[in-house]
Design a protein around this ligand. Sequence first.
Ligand SMILES: [Ca+2]
Ligand SMILES: [Ca+2]
Length: 405
Amino acid sequence: MIQWIIMGMVTHVAGIVAAEGNNGVGVSGICWKASIMAIKVLTDEGWGYSADITRGIYFAVDNGAKVINMSLGGVVYDSSMFDAIRYAKSKNVLIVVAAGNSGQCLYSGSLSGIYPCMYYSDNIICVGALDQVGEFASFTNYSKDENVVHVYAPGVNILSTITSTTTVPLTGNLIEEKTWQKTDNNWAIHTTPGYTVASNPANFDFSATYKPNLTNSYMYSVVDCRGYNKVMLQMEAYIDVESNYDGLYISYTKGEHNPSVDQFVSLAKEVGRKNEFKEYNYLLQYCSNSLCTIAYMLMSDGLIQYTGVALKDIRIYYFVPLDDKYGIHMGTSMATSHVTGTAALVWAINPEYSYAKVREKILNGAKRQIINGYGNSSYPVRKLDVWGALTHLIAPANLRYKKIK
Ligand SMILES: [Ca+2]
Ligand SMILES: [Ca+2]
């Protein structure tokens, strides 16, 4: 399992590629008429696994994508993902990827690379970011080797489309409103001066300790999330448990279930001596439009017990979209999508082109300029030039013409 981090916000990236132009609204993308296929391969928080990204590539290719914009990166070489990229190549699909935002110099053949940028396949264009004066953006990864970072494009202070949401309470405080079921009597709901808490140990008073060898100490309840598309659990909790051996496990499942019998989805294991009430938020991805069982379990080993956990406030929130807006972001993600839009534009002008031709137009149409690198070095790099890519076109072959007298 390899983690991948998204480097930008997808709606912003999509707007750079294809926002409608010449309509007096918001921004214009590079290729106004491009069709976008949105394929979600990472979580809302922007991370995920290479297997999902790999499946996304196959899905895009098999469903007719011409250019795949991958504003994401990870540090581990994954041969399955590389196979998917080669599959895309066999189907004439170009893949435009971000060089990454860690300010690193990338060396060809180096093991500490960034992928997909550094997979060797000639249907990839890896893109670094420029600032507003055409120098390297402070955060961009870069390379002295034009075969590693192929081209640079604007990536600082880019205005594009954004979406946003806000949360609205779906329930009140479930500690007070709900009947909680318990698998043993180590959990209890009781009122301490000032507020009601659910706690383990039952006699929680900031000095008593939870029991050793807890393996099945659950407290759980069912919440009705029907009619709500995206819901979140928020809790305020006091946590004081031994880090490496004990833990408060928070889990949930769609429908009405018993966590000591049925399979639940883990949300978190909270540990440590926090010693104050803090707020925690968890997305309940699988509880959209359904009943939802939320479960808390305290687990402990035989040695060392602390004062335990107290849950003061548990609420469910749902998300509502706010009006669409425009906003500024920066990153090699933004740079990447400028190149993706250019690829779409070049391909729109000549749909018969191969991925290699489109790539050649972009790279050969780019302006080659010396740029000030890091540490007093300077070297020539390719800067994206949309007009250059378009005018680098060769005249279509086999034109029929008549001599005009
Ligand atoms: Ca517009
Ligand atoms: Ca312990």
